[in-house]
Design a protein around this ligand. Structure first.
Ligand code: CA
Length: 225
């Protein structure tokens, strides 16, 4: 899943990014309001972590503009302000949750996960397609009960496919959700990772990940007509 964090304190931004990447999220970081708004309105993020006091444009304004375009994306506000009136104002403007600085990184991670579970995408903690199982809490993947070790990107790719089982995903959609803004390569990187993934999940006899020629990939338990 791909997250955006808009935070002008670079050290804090890096700490949060590290904590979220360790949870296997792809994370884009914007260090000012203008960049934050641009990214927030250019990509289809799964969640946005938004600081309020930012150079160029404050978080409240970003939130209002994001909400006009996308009423559904979960937004977690980060701020040093703790006045009740501020909190109410931002919930009214469409924030989903609120965390006052300083906060414990573990709490931020828990809140992000909780918001994503409530979101529009399939958020069960265990995803299953035939005998393939992905546990989002323990981040373990098994096929036929046998544990499979995946790299960060392989896991991200498999989770995205499984969360959208039976739905054909284009290479661009996959890159948009699994890679972050630092990725500038060609979309055939997806083919390379799908190949690795098929090898690791022994996707030969009963093939789950299918290539849809000219479009992309789909994971499904049964062959569709
Ligand atoms: Ca700030």
């Amino acid at each position: 899943m791909r997250l955006l964090m808009v935070e002008d304190e670079e050290k804090l931004a890096q700490l949060v990014k590290r904590a979220l990447v360790a949870e296997r999220f792809s994370v884009d970081v914007a260090h000012d309001g203008r960049e934050g708004l641009e990214l927030a309105t250019s990509y289809d993020y799964d969640l946005i972590v938004l600081d309020l006091l930012l150079p160029h444009m404050d978080g409240g304004e970003i939130l209002r503009r994001v909400r006009r375009r996308n009423p559904k994306v979960p937004v977690l506000i980060l701020t040093a302000r703790d006045a009740v009136a501020d909190k109410v104002a931002h919930f009214e403007a469409g924030a989903d949750d609120y965390l006052t600085k300083p906060f414990a990184m573990a709490e931020l991670v828990v809140r992000v996960k909780a918001l994503l579970r409530r979101g529009t995408v399939r958020q069960e903690s265990v995803l299953r397609v035939a005998d393939l199982e992905l546990d989002r809490l323990s981040q373990q993947v098994r096929r036929g009960g046998k544990r499979i070790e995946l790299t960060l990107k392989e896991y991200g790719l498999l989770e995205y496919l499984m969360a959208n089982a039976d739905r054909v995903l284009s290479r661009d959609m996959i890159i948009g959700h699994v890679w972050d803004q630092s990725f500038t390569g060609a979309t055939n990187i997806v083919d390379v990772y799908v190949r690795h993934l098929r090898g690791k999940i022994a996707d030969t006899d009963q093939r789950l990940i299918r290539t849809v020629r000219g479009v992309g990939y789909v994971i499904a338990a049964e062959e569709s007509a």
